[in-house]
Design a binder for this molecule. Sequence first.
Ligand code: PEP
Ligand code: MG
Length: 315
Amino acid sequence: ARAAVADVPIGPGALADGTPVPLLANLGSVDKLAEAIEKGAEGVGLFRTEFLFLDSEHAPTIAEQQAKYTALLQGFAGKKVVVRALDAGADKPLSFLNDEPEENPALGLRGLRALRAHEVILRDQLTALANAAADTTAELWVMAPMVSTVEETRYFVALARELGIKTAGVMVEVPASALLADRILADADFASIGTNDLTQYTLAADRLLGSVASFQDPWHPAVLRLVGEVGRAGAALGKPVGICGEAAADPMLAVVLVGLGATSLSMSPAALADVRAELARFTRAQAQEFAELALSANSAVEARAAVLSAATPLT
Ligand code: PEP
Ligand code: MG
């Protein structure tokens, strides 16, 4: 019988065959840190740093940032904490970073592109992070948002290492990065798939626009095929591939993503219990079967229906 969420004890995420799938928290500030720990987050898979920069005329100083990062890392002593470099642009414009209004901001100077245009902001952020990590036992990983080329990957990883970051990776949220994941992962220590943007860019549908909201469905087989590319590249190179978009918070889709090669899942703390319970119901072989079913569907709706009906008799 299907285990109720309450029956699955708070512990490390794992499939029914014991394969570990670390379950991490997405955090936008240190406010939710206690909730994440209480809900059993095994670390942080995405720390969005935009909040530190919003409502500000200037970028915060190294010391100001360092204090915040230290609080975060101390809260997760001994655990992995993945911090994303500032992801400004499009939905999150900053006066000191986004100089020109853009007609298509999702396709504009955002993420790592914007940071490169103002490299001192990126340098200060990486320096503050490296300083904070030196004072704590948390394992700090840092990643760049919206990377679309191998060259950008090399740029970011080299700069992060120069400034004392030990583990540097990239977000895969543009189809180009997923398609070249084997080359990107040759240069990065890890990848984390941002399924929100990856879906937006794969379906060419603005994620902020209500009129095309029905396209924003990470069950779409085209999106899943790209996730599978990254999973395959990660497995071949022995590099971790996390998921940190909303897709990881959909329990059945979380199982499919693991079947496609995701090695950890990060989500808002409220989703951890349901995802933990769903993973515990299936083996790796079953997750891979579900992934195949979803990949062979013609649409997001068909993919979801096929996997749900294959999973139901097993409950
Ligand atoms: C994503 O794009 O999936 C992601 C995790 O980043 P954000 O939602 O902050 O763009
Ligand atoms: Mg994103």
